[in-house]
Design a binder for this molecule. Sequence first.
Ligand SMILES: C[S@@+](CC[C@H](N)C(=O)[O-])C[C@H]1O[C@@H](n2cnc3c(N)ncnc32)[C@H](O)[C@@H]1O
Length: 338
Amino acid sequence: MSSLNQALRAALDARQQLLSELHAQGTDCYRLFHGSQEGAGGLTVDRYGPQLLVQSFHHTLERDALLDLHGHIERELGLPLLLVYNDRSQGNSRIDRRDPVYQPSEAALADLVGHEWGLNYRVRGRHAGQDPLLFLDLRNARGWVKQHSAGKRVLNLFAYTCGVGLSAAAGGASAVCNLDFAEGNLAVGRENGALNPQLAPMEFIQSDYFPAIRQLAGLPVSQRRGHKLPAYPRLEPREFDLVLLDPPAWAKSAFGTVDLLRDYQSLLKPALLSTAEGGVLICCNNLAKVGLDDWREQVLRCAQKIGRPVREWQVLKPADDFPSLDGQPPLKCLILQL
Ligand SMILES: C[S@@+](CC[C@H](N)C(=O)[O-])C[C@H]1O[C@@H](n2cnc3c(N)ncnc32)[C@H](O)[C@@H]1O
């Protein structure tokens, strides 16, 4: 047996209990192989409902190894899965769309539906962006939001495809507002809403984070000297009972820089100010090189400094389909009770 097959076998064995729990809770989207921690760095294998998504980030997988892996998983799970192989080892994590190793079938690339916590999510093996439409390591945070949002006004910042917003709507939130600057991502959020017609409609704000959150928090939107700001949607100040802040590691726009290593505070401050007294802010940092303890201290200090001290905090870890050998998963989530 190849070393990859051995590693895969161990990964599937370790997940037996978790997979039955996930299936019982209405989830069929999960990571089956987390290569960096399970013996094949740069390789991930995810199930998204009817689809099996294999991604390689360091080296291209050979065709035989890919087909072996697919067959192995279908046998272990006892179901057919539509294979998509996204080789992202070429640079900038871009998918090699020439598909020299494996051509996914039309059915595998069609619009599909996956499930998580009993909700329907759009699944697409290929789309304009590089990443899958649902980040699986945030599942526990979505579950927490679903359990704690009854009657709450919820703000989902850097909403991407609005999974957190959808979870809040499913949990009985009184209002859900999703904010992101990418229309394409919000469009998938709208599709996700339409795939769950029993839920109350959500609100979508397409805007850069900085002007939007500053207006919601009642702060002025200032321009740097000599730099005229592009147009941005005008918003009234508003408070929320539950806010989720899950930004990308780094992004630059005309309004500011998202930089989770050097400047978490400028994202955090206005998010804290738009959270109501007694409310909850869930903040995340997915940069592996930022340690949980240091980052948590920074977050607590920042809250204290701006007069919104944290009464209680809790760490929310990704589930066991994202094992971490050193107990320090890249995605860190803090639940702050204000
Ligand atoms: C890593 S995803 C966030 C994941 C998301 N929280 C979730 O629940 O899956 C990053 C998102 O941030 C958005 N984004 C990046 N910079 C932004 C900015 N300056 N203002 C608004 N959205 C931004 C991107 O469009 C993308 O949807």
